[in-house]
Design a protein around this ligand. Structure first.
Ligand code: PLP
Length: 457
């Protein structure tokens, strides 16, 4: 492969020599090397060879306002010149995180009281676990420490958040999950519902599974349940109507908190500002990251309800200071980027646009794939969608693991100039483009995906 160099030495060979890539087949990588992206504009990326790609995934479900937004770059520049950093430990503060916290509390989908800032979705979910534990220690229920997540849920990769993640491939090799985590059934109609089962019966079964698990563990030992409003990396799994109200009723019976992991769904992806609104979820705690800055700078947040906040404040008298925080908690530069990003989302009406473009994308996906013999399901909500492949449709039958095709389709799509992502746990390809994608670009994205499928299957 010829390497056209942008600045300086051979980037591809330097990468192979020095960079330890996340989530990468490392032996293959040593042979093939990286694809080095050097530029982005709107929904388009360019690599070091001058090849252009339509980014059908907004990076990793995160560059929601698109690449190359000068408003965010200028906000970062201004903040870096004025004050690049000061910390927020021991009552110190800087201005942009205060303004961002106010904005988030005003925007929250259910009444929330405070925001704790971090850097990534993973650390936000770790922080949520510590908040739940401290809360239950403070109210004299120290046994209430187990956290329930769902099989196929994705909540991150730190030791605790990887344990919440319900994917065996993130556990094997690392001696995970940690022992306070349990997993329940995902609302995954294709594989978890009985043939012909009504939504209401499926919801009742899912709520029963959760309640049975809580009862088997002992309600006095369960602190919280964590759920993505729509499951992302596990297969873009949209729950049936009535699911979250049924889950909430179970949790209320057993005094268990609900954490909404809005790391993908927060800030417009589902066509509402938060996924909790679209999915009728009533959380006590909300994790955000990704779309809060459209990934221009790392930032995450944990929103905390008044009930939990007040218990933590009162608990300090006996438990001592809430001994948790990152050097970069409430980073002023990240908060400046977030404020500029949220300003764009509001001024350009991008939440509504994500809803409209999402509806258009789902129509095109249905048109392109519904009649394909290997397509078992086309699903999504707002501007996130997925196409799942099956060996047979009736009854739905999975491919043998070695015969799964999503990975090969994603490679074929790349050759067509489209970036999509295989979600191997579901043999699914996913679509989560920037909200600024045009209808023509959506049509192009779907037709390139269909060409890729035709080359493979
Ligand atoms: N939660 C959800 C729902 C996610 O999709 C992700 C990442 O994809 C995370 C948490 C982890 O975020 P991060 O990769 O920023 O640690």
């Amino acid at each position: 492969m010829t390497t056209i160099l942008r600045n300086g030495p051979d980037l591809e060979s330097l990468d192979k020599r020095y960079l330890f890539h996340p989530f990468t087949a490392l032996a293959d990588h040593e042979r093939t090397g990286p694809q080095v992206i050097v530029k982005g504009e709107g929904v388009w990326l360019e690599d070091a060879h001058g090849q252009r790609y339509l980014d059908g995934m907004a990076g990793l479900w995160c560059v929601n306002v698109g690449y190359g937004r000068p408003e965010i770059a200028e906000a970062i520049h201004r903040q870096a010149l004025t004050l690049p950093y000061f910390h927020s430990f021991s009552s110190w503060a800087t201005d942009t995180p205060i303004l961002l916290a106010e904005k988030l509390i005003e925007m929250a989908p259910v009444p929330m009281s405070k925001v704790f800032f971090g850097q990534s979705g993973s650390d936000a979910n770790d922080t949520q676990i510590k908040i739940v534990w401290y809360y239950n220690n403070a109210r004299g229920k120290p046994q209430k420490k187990k956290i329930i997540a769902r099989r196929r849920g994705y909540h991150g990769v730190t030791l605790a958040s990887a344990s919440l993640t319900g994917m065996p491939s993130l556990h094997s090799g690392f001696d995970l999950p940690l022992d306070f985590v349990r997993h329940t059934t995902p609302p995954y109609r294709l594989w978890e519902a009985e043939p012909g089962q009504s939504d209401a019966d499926f919801v009742a079964k899912l709520a029963r599974d959760l309640e049975d698990l809580i009862l088997a563990e002992g309600p006095d030992t369960v602190g919280a349940v964590i759920m993505e409003p729509v499951m992302g990396a596990g297969g873009v799994i949209v729950p049936p109507k009535g699911y979250y109200p049924a889950i909430r009723a179970v949790l209320d019976r057993h005094d268990v908190l609900l954490i909404a992991d809005e790391v993908i769904s927060g800030f417009g992806r589902l066509g509402t500002m938060f996924g909790a609104t679209a999915m009728e979820m009533q959380p006590d705690l909300i994790s955000v990251a990704k779309g809060i800055t459209s990934a221009y700078v790392p930032l995450s947040g944990c929103m905390v309800s008044e009930k939990v906040w007040r218990t933590i404040v009162d608990g300090q008298a006996t438990l001592g200071v809430f001994g948790h925080g990152y050097t970069y908690s409430a980073h002023p530069l990240a908060a400046a980027a977030a404020l500029a990003n949220l300003d764009i989302i509001e001024k350009d009406g991008l939440v509504e646009q994500a809803g409209r473009r999402g509806a258009f994308m789902h129509e095109r996906l249905a048109e392109a794939f519904a009649d394909h013999p290997l397509v078992g399901d086309i699903r999504g909500h707002g501007l996130v969608g997925a196409v799942e492949f099956v060996a047979a449709k009736e009854p739905a039958t999975r491919f043998e693991p070695s015969l799964k095709i999503a990975g090969r389709i994603v490679k074929a799509a790349l050759a067509e100039g489209l970036i999509t992502r295989a979600l191997p746990h579901a043999d699914t390809i996913s679509f989560s483009p920037p909200f600024v994608i045009s209808e023509d670009e959506i049509a192009l994205m779907v037709s390139r995906a269909r060409t890729a499928v035709d080359r493979v299957a």
